[in-house]
Design a protein around this ligand. Structure first.
Ligand code: WTA
Length: 672
């Protein structure tokens, strides 16, 4: 563990190992916290000691200190039926009350909760008092539409304040939201609506993106067309002002309903294990998993981590997380963490480069953002464009920078710190997942001497380890699989409607090993000589494109659903900017191979995947081939396809059923 006490100044280390990561580690400097920062920091090294001495006592104390409980809990963790955890189970609270009303009652009603910036340049500001009033009204609207505790509500909205208001209104009445990212297709939306049996969809006519309005309500109409669904109503926010169709008995304008709603609403307490939301994420099979999170433990850990990892001083800080609420980062670090902590935050509707490539930095300057949280992909894109763009803005308000979603390479880390952070700001590289609900591994600014490229240490109260394939601990300096060894408050409580898949996916691999059952994260990791953790990417068939999770199986089944395609294989090829990129290899059906050119086929298929799953899943490249490399047992050898996709020399082909295949593929591709 790298603490400021053990590394008083920059400590260049000697290089001797040949392995790439080794070299990076050995060459790396560490950056101790600036003394002025450490002097005022929320976190101190004592937190680790405290949590180590009594992990459950530590979390109980956080839960009591950070949150308001309508009925205090006695039970901290019930792990009598692993892997099904129950945290603070006999306590009761209201999540929305904790994010809103209590700040108003404490005299902070006039504090700004959200500075919202629309892509075309319009803006809106909500104080805590205003946001509370909106959420109370929206809660009444939902109840008026027949939504009650436990019912599921799908939310398909752009990054507008109504997304936050909707989520909190659903939480306030004990219902369960399922936010679907606005970039997903009608078909993906429908699958998610059906799986959760949502009674209501909240959407908008459209939203702004890259200077244009993209339609949302028409996609909802398509999703709900055809077979009857569980959906009774569609609540529609007006944002895009685009033309939409209207189904009188089903559709309701948000503004009409809100105007007519009562502005008083009592926040009733719900059990700590009341489901809060379902969020679908890609797994190793074609069907997305509905990750289930509940209330008390989740809110405790998102609020605790938001406060300590970002060193949040709610009276003075202006916080900005650039994630969309359609992803878990938006749930935990746009909605629940910051609002539970009474933070002032910026929310931005559009893309970083619209209408000009300095838009993000302009927003930081405009609002005096002090804490900024973004994904490495974005940082790498800005690096490519050159420092003149950020240099044209005053970024001196920044004091903490965060990174999430994928490994951040040391070059990007250093650029982020020097160019965006003026060489002063601590960088917190936070590792976590949809499933973990909140951050798990990260330095603490003010405590940890940071190391470019490494997420470093588990947070206080979190126990992780690196194990080999048989579950044995890996010594410092070695690599293996990342596991979580003890239950944590914000852990997923299951996969919606599929307890067996929950057990199989995360708990079976390391069920009977020392200290088990252990949670298998699906990530490769390495510990350096200091014990710091380096994340090495997914070890399963999940790709990480621009920090978004995509499943190879899901894209493959979309490709083969097209009448042109006989067989398809998808790999994540490394990409300088997006981390990984989707690359597909397809074999066309014999009757099509003659009729359509490879160029046309790939254009048609890219469009098809965009229609079926969403634009983010569209392959960057599609290679039309006549064979796929397979083992004798018929398994596609993705490793070899990755070699082709990344333009590398092809690796060992001796286990192929037909050793000629790779030669044929490479020759064919070389001819193009
Ligand atoms: C990857 C996003 C390295 C990892 C919060 C994980 C990271 C997956 C980091 C989860 C990080 C996330 N360093 N890799 N700091 N953060 N990942 O569910 O592979 O969208 O398993 O959650 O992103 O992606 P998800």
């Amino acid at each position: 563990m790298t603490m400021s006490t053990s590394t008083p100044q920059d400590s260049p280390q000697t290089a001797h190992a040949s392995h790439n990561i080794d070299t990076l580690q050995k060459r790396g400097k560490t950056f101790p916290p600036p003394p002025e920062f450490a002097a005022n920091a929320i976190a101190d090294a004592g937190l680790y000691e405290k949590a180590r001495a009594d992990r459950l006592g530590f979390w109980a104390e956080q839960a009591r200190e950070i949150l308001d409980w309508q009925k205090p809990f006695e039970s901290v963790l019930d792990w009598s039926n692993p892997p099904f955890a129950r945290w603070f189970a006999d306590g009761e609270l209201n999540v929305a009350y904790n994010c809103l009303d209590r700040h108003v009652l404490a005299g902070n009603g006039d504090r700004v909760a959200i500075h919202w910036e629309g892509e075309p340049g319009d803006s809106r500001t909500f104080t805590y008092a205003e946001l509370t009033e909106k959420v109370k009204r929206a809660a009444n609207v939902l109840e008026g539409l027949g939504i009650g505790a436990g019912d599921r509500v799908a939310i398909y909205l752009p990054m507008i304040p109504e997304a936050v208001i909707s989520m909190l209104a659903v939480a306030r009445i004990g219902a369960v939201h399922s936010v679907v990212f606005g970039g997903f297709s009608a078909e993906s939306l429908r699958t998610r609506i059906d799986d959760a049996e949502a009674k209501l969809v909240i959407t908008a006519d459209g939203g702004w993106r890259k200077g244009k309005v993209f339609p949302l309500k028409p996609t909802v109409d398509t999703a709900l067309g055809g077979e009857p669904s569980s959906v009774e109503h569609v609540l529609v926010v007006r944002r895009g002002e685009n033309e939409i169709e209207w189904t009188d008995e089903r559709d309701v304008w948000w503004h009409d309903a809100m105007d007519g709603a009562d502005e008083e609403h009592e926040a009733r307490g719900f059990e700590a294990e009341q489901p809060l939301y379902i969020l679908y994420t890609s797994g190793t099979t074609g069907k997305p998993k509905g990750i289930l999170h509940t209330s008390g433990g989740y809110l405790t850990q998102v609020a605790f981590t938001h406060r300590t990892v970002f060193d949040l001083h709610p009276e003075t800080d202006v916080y900005w997380c650039t994630a969309d609420v359609g992803w878990v980062t938006g749930h935990s670090y746009v909605v629940y963490g910051p609002l539970a902590n009474g933070a002032t935050q910026v929310m931005y509707e559009g893309t970083p480069d619209t209408p000009h490539p300095g838009r993000w930095w302009e927003i930081i300057q405009k609002y005096g953002v002090t804490i900024f949280y973004a994904a490495p992909t974005a940082i790498r894109s800005f690096m490519k464009l050159g420092r003149e763009i950020p240099d044209a803005f005053d970024l001196s308000s920044l004091r903490v920078l965060g990174s999430v979603g994928e490994p951040i390479n040391p070059e990007a880390w250093n650029w982020y710190r020097n160019v965006i952070g003026g060489g002063r700001t601590p960088i917190v590289d936070t590792w976590w997942q949809t499933e973990t609900g909140a951050m798990m591994i990260s330095p603490l600014p003010g405590v940890t001497a940071t190391k470019p490229g490494s997420a470093q240490v588990p947070l206080p109260g979190i126990s992780v380890d690196v194990r080999d394939d048989d579950g044995n601990p890996v010594p410092f300096g070695g690599g293996g699989l990342l596991v979580v060894t003890e239950p944590w408050p914000s852990m997923l409580r299951g996969i919606w409607g599929d307890p067996d898949r929950f057990v199989e996916t995360y708990w079976e691999k390391f069920a009977n090993v020392p200290g088990g059952p252990l949670y298998f994260a699906g990530d490769g990791a390495r510990r350096d000589e200091d014990g710091d953790i380096w994340l090495l990417g997914r070890v399963d068939d999940v790709m990480n494109v621009s920090g978004h999770r995509l499943s190879t199986a899901e894209i493959e089944s979309s490709l083969v659903s097209h009448p042109f395609v006989a067989e398809a294989a998808v790999v994540g090829a490394s990409d300088e900017t997006t981390g990984q990129a989707v690359v597909a290899f397809v074999i066309l059906r014999a009757d099509q191979a003659e009729a359509v050119s490879a160029e046309d086929a790939s254009a048609i298929l890219r469009h098809h995947v965009g229609q079926q799953i969403g634009a983010i899943a569209r392959p960057r490249t599609i290679f039309v081939v006549t064979e796929l490399p397979k083992t004798r047992s018929g398994k596609i050898m993705r490793r070899l396809l990755r070699d082709v996709a990344e333009g590398r020399e092809i690796g060992d082909t001796t286990t192929l059923a037909d050793t000629q295949v790779m030669q044929i593929i490479s020759e064919r591709l070389a001819q193009k």
